[in-house]
Design a protein around this ligand. Sequence first.
Ligand code: PGA
Length: 256
Amino acid sequence: MNRRYRKTIIAGNWKMNKTPAETKDFIAQLKPHAARAKWCDIVLCAPYIDLPAAVKAAKNTRVDIAAQNMHHEPGGAYTGEVSGQMLRALGVKYVVVGHSERRQYFGETDESVSQKVRAALECGLRPIVCVGESMAQREKNLTLDYVRMQVKTVFWGVDAKDVKKVVVAYEPIWAIGAGAAATAQQADEVGRAIRECIREIYGARCARSVTILYGGSMNPKNAGELLSMPDVDGGLVGGASLDCDGFVQIIEQANQ
Ligand code: PGA
């Protein structure tokens, strides 16, 4: 973390979990802890159907709500989809874009992710864009080249004034849901390469203001070490965000 230049963010990615009633209870439990976490922004990435309950429960708290996906068009004949404008109208502030599960199971590509990033910014949502390599790519020493290519694609067409609204989440695919996270050194090395890539496109001032998260089996035990690295500005937490106590423990470490 480097709070001089950028915000620390802990985002809980619930994936396909929790009902509206569970959402309401979770936020009620989180609320007093969130009030104490002055140095750390807190985001909950909830399923679409939970968003109205989440926005209502999080009103006047330090918790912001994110969707887990959006369509790049503002509206139209796209059965089953939800647009960024609809999310904004609800009071949603962030949207996860290009999570590896969406790339793997729902055919998302770097190009569609890039379209969504621009659409999110246009309607006033902050995109949390996920990038990260597979184990096969890591083993072939392709990690940094691959992630750099992803970063270049997702920032394509993004105006310099909007760059710091984008949150980048480095999520090595092999660490997601695996029980074992990347080491702090691995997370920091890729975080640094992502920032360097942003610097090449937009310059040093822009690059140092971008929040870069680590995601992939972050939990209360490993969060402190990961967050102590200069280019790990927070976490995108899946499994460990489902239980409020554990999530709060991570927030407390990010608030140090
Ligand atoms: P995990 O998921 O923390 O359960 O590994 C992280 C993510 O997929 O965002």
